[in-house]
Design a protein around this ligand. Sequence first.
Ligand code: 4AD
Ligand code: MG
Length: 431
Amino acid sequence: MTQPSIAGIGAHVDREVTLRGWVYNSRGSRQVRFLILRDGTGMIQCVGGLADLGEERFAALAALTQESSVSVSGRVRTEARAPGGYELILSDFALLGASEDYPITPKEHGIEFLLPRRHLWLRSRKQHAVLTVRATVIAAIHEFLQREGFLHVDAPIFTPSAVEGTTTLFEVEYFGDKAYLSQSGQLYNEAAAAAFGKVYCFGPSFRAEKSKTRRHLTEFWQVEPEMAFADLEDTIVLAENLLEFVAARVLERHRGLLAGVLERDVAKLEAVTAPFPRVHYDEAVARLREAGRDFAWGGDLGAEDEAVLSEQFDRPLHLHHFPVEAKAFYMAPDPQDPRCSLSVDVLAPEGRGEIVGGGQRTDDLAFLEAQLEKHGLPREPYEWYLDLRRYGTFPHSGFGLGIERTVAWLTGRRHIRECIPFPRLMRSISP
Ligand code: 4AD
Ligand code: MG
């Protein structure tokens, strides 16, 4: 007897198989029970009849509770009315591990109830679907970047300095000294780009954000490509091609999950084709004012501003040339217009906000030194970074894409906490 997975059950029609998994749901009458079994790869309806099993086994089947682990044996049948199109006619089963009073029942639960039970919540249909899409997004990113000639070079997590400002740094004690958890691998990517040309790092980033918003985690995953001898334009084109590839791959693999389980409007994802519209910061300010927002030139956009702007387009948009003051110390100023930096944010559609941040880095040693001072950053921990401008400085650019925000947009989740297996939020670090 074979032990296939539920996802591969179609290859075993009319054969006797054994499956192991958990009881998702069970219902029935005095004559017949319908048990929905899940094994992580899918779900299948198992049908147990009183006539086939006998009184005692039938009663034991009826007594199986939600999330008990079981082994079931029987014949696979095609059944158009069953979820998934197949069912298993039970000949035997065994209880492996009982589950008493499983807390997450088919009724609706609030987030305050679900978050502390994340270790169990992962088993639920929607959460399973979101994290399946996440895995596909990550795999597609690796595939795309490697196909484009990028080398995967990891960046460290313990760092001596800030990348994205000092207000969101997580400080840790490091053998009597201070160290920080990485906000971004970018500075290390720049060193790697001088060694390998086109590189990317992919890993967790940490931000001590005191904000309790739908789009901030304290620990999130970021992919960061960096290219030598590349400018803002190259970064814009890379970002849109990557997003187009990822959206298409997710649609190709998970159209059913998206439209069915997640109730996502897939037409919105079909529209994600390059090139994306481009909006200069100056134009964004004008559009925001026209839309009745009281927005002053010079600052970063708030969540509301991003929503107003992105709702004017049917696909992601590039917002470029932010004022130098609104961006990090390493951004190159535009030689044509030194008020503005060679920066870009990609805003996802449907009011979902920034998913990509990046741009061209300054390759000018004197300007970088002045920027460190202006941003009140200590010189010593950045000496190695300044070396990159001392020994063969080169124009280079790149970006960071937040995985959870991207998955939230693709899967239509309101809050990014559902888009990472175990979210780390300001007020929650357990489980
Ligand atoms: O815009 P950010 O801060 O840019 C950087 O870190 C650059 N150093 C990246 C680079 O150029 N290599 O972050 C990049 C992206 C954001 O657009 C967003 O998608 C995500 O990372 N992000 C967060 N996601 C979840 N929670 C947070 N607190 C996030 N902060 C940024
Ligand atoms: Mg940003």
